[in-house]
Design a protein around this ligand. Structure first.
Ligand code: TXE
Length: 478
């Protein structure tokens, strides 16, 4: 199979006719070829987007909304095929792709398709002297760059608000997981999205991603990925005064207090540790447990973790699939080695798994480490795999200081029945999101993003729509 670019409503190989191999992480074998594009392909995509802009931005919101809703419906109708593609490309359990990734991609499209109909602007009256109102215009051509962990979910999370607001898009999915974006382009065609409105260019980050960021007429960049890549993007985009929305890494603390609902908490912490093989920027990788329940926690947590079945992502009972690629597996395993060098004790896991019939896949046991301190590298750097570290704590002050002690500030999770404590800590945590007695419960209207080195700006709700617009104040003398 060949994964082609989608430019000006047509599928093309890269101009250079170069290809990248696409590997199925579950089997370790190549299953498709990806167009390996470069600057000229990005330029072609930009030209198509620029040409389409007057038509798309000139349509009524209602017309745009109807097309985006058709795309959402197309995703739902093709759920089985998209879920299988996502699992094959990424290694995630098929069940997860079916229940989370693909339905969420459909919701992203539907959410912004309808949000655009309900947006409104403020007016500012000046004591009978004048009235100001605000006009919001689409920016023009914008760039969306997405990662491999939640491929279609995050791809649509960016392009849906960009398109709804009236922009045309040059988008680049991760070269590691381009399959669902390719299928998505066909859904857009069938839904009647005018040609050139969305252009998808496949290829490597430093070739395609960088060409999008460097393009002088691409007015805004919405990026989700690693913090280092975010830094490079910011360096290029800043002198051109581009708008930037950056969703970057995390090293999220989970705080478990003596007074929590123990059963709910254990289920929740297993999920926040190992969902999607721990490859979600929102996963909790530092688990702080209050001393009074530390031993009970370790016993109950390990009991559950040992039951998580690792293996073939397509099997019904698989809970932990394959990691996304061999280099990524190696990166994650290097942190397990580092943990031991730093004095950590592996309570469970730590080894590569070779399931029968899938020996060449990239599987790793869910890994639980103890005896490390917050300042150790394993507790400071993003591992982005099924690896968690458990650290005991005394009291609220102690845990708050440790939770905030990293360069990251994406999410934090509190497990406690004490509402006062929950509010007090939630207010003092330096993160963009705090979940209390839950994890990854998402309302698409809420601001989504990180503090500190976890990002710049917020996605979600009207904020995401507004990011893709230019605001104009219009003042009328009465
Ligand atoms: O991400 P990259 P990688 C973290 C995670 C992971 C690390 C590296 O810790 O181990 O980042 O992963 C494109 N200009 N996250 O290297 O490279 C790239 O092609 C423009 C956290 O896979 O940041 C892809 O489409 N674009 C994370 C996208 O950027 C460039 C999700 C993200 O890939 C580029 C993924 C460049 N110079 C990884 N270089 C999260 N926040 O959820 C690469 N890209």
């Amino acid at each position: 199979m060949k994964i082609l670019n989608y430019i000006d409503g047509t599928h093309f190989p890269a101009e250079s006719n170069e290809w990248l191999e696409n590997v199925n992480p579950a089997t370790g074998s190549v299953f498709s070829q990806i167009a390996s594009s470069h600057k000229p392909d990005v330029e072609k995509a930009y030209q198509a987007a620029e040409k389409a802009f007057p038509v798309w931005s000139g349509m009524s919101k209602q017309e745009r909304s109807e097309i985006l809703l058709k795309i959402s419906q197309g995703i739902t109708e093709n759920l089985e095929e998209l879920a299988l593609a996502e699992s094959t490309d990424n290694g995630k359990p098929l069940k997860l792709a079916k229940s989370v990734d693909i339905p969420r991609a459909a919701s992203n499209m539907a959410f912004f398709a309808t949000a655009i109909l309900h947006d409104s602007q403020k007016a500012y009256e000046m004591d009978g002297l004048a009235i100001n109102y605000t006009q919001r215009k689409p920016l023009g051509v914008v760039g969306c760059i997405s990662p491999w962990n939640l491929p279609l979910y995050l791809f649509t999370w960016k392009i849906a608000p960009a398109l709804a607001a009236g922009n045309c898009v040059v988008a680049k999915p991760s070269e590691v997981t381009p399959y669902t974006a390719f299928l998505f382009s066909k859904i857009c065609q069938e839904a009647g999205l005018p040609v050139g409105v969305l252009n998808i260019v496949h290829g490597l980050g430093p070739n395609v991603g960088q060409a999008i960021v460097e393009h002088p007429n691409i007015k805004a960049i919405s990026f989700t990925g690693g913090t280092k890549t975010g830094e490079q993007i910011a360096k290029i985009a800043a002198p051109m005064f581009k708008k930037l929305s950056l969703e970057l890494g995390g090293k999220n603390p989970v705080m478990v207090f003596d007074d929590c609902d123990f059963d709910q908490m254990i289920k929740g912490v297993v999920r926040s540790s190992f969902a999607n093989q721990g490859q979600i920027c929102l996963c909790g990788s530092r688990i702080y447990v209050q001393k009074g329940i530390y031993d009970r926690f370790i016993q109950a947590f390990l009991e559950r973790v040992k039951k998580l079945k690792v293996g073939n992502p397509l099997a019904e009972d698989t809970k932990v699939g394959a990691l996304v690629s061999e280099p990524h597996l190696e990166k994650v395993m290097s942190y397990i080695e580092l943990a031991q060098e730093e004095g950590g004790e592996i309570l469970h896991g730590g080894n590569r798994v070779y399931p029968e019939g899938f020996e060449k896949g990239f599987y790793l046991e869910p890994t639980v480490i103890a005896e490390l301190n917050t300042c150790d590298r394993v507790n400071q750097e993003e591992i982005f795999g099924p690896v968690v570290s458990i650290i005991p704590f005394e009291n609220d002050t102690d845990v708050l200081a440790q939770a905030n002690d990293t360069q990251y500030g994406l999410t934090a999770v509190l497990w406690t029945q004490d509402l006062t404590r929950a509010h007090q800590l939630a207010h003092q945590l330096d993160t963009g999101i705090v979940w209390i007695n839950t994890w990854l419960l998402r309302d698409l209207r809420t601001p989504f993003g990180g503090a500190k080195n976890s990002g710049v700006g917020r996605e979600g709700g009207f904020k995401a729509l507004h990011f893709f617009t230019e605001e104009k104040n219009i003042c009328i003398r009465i």
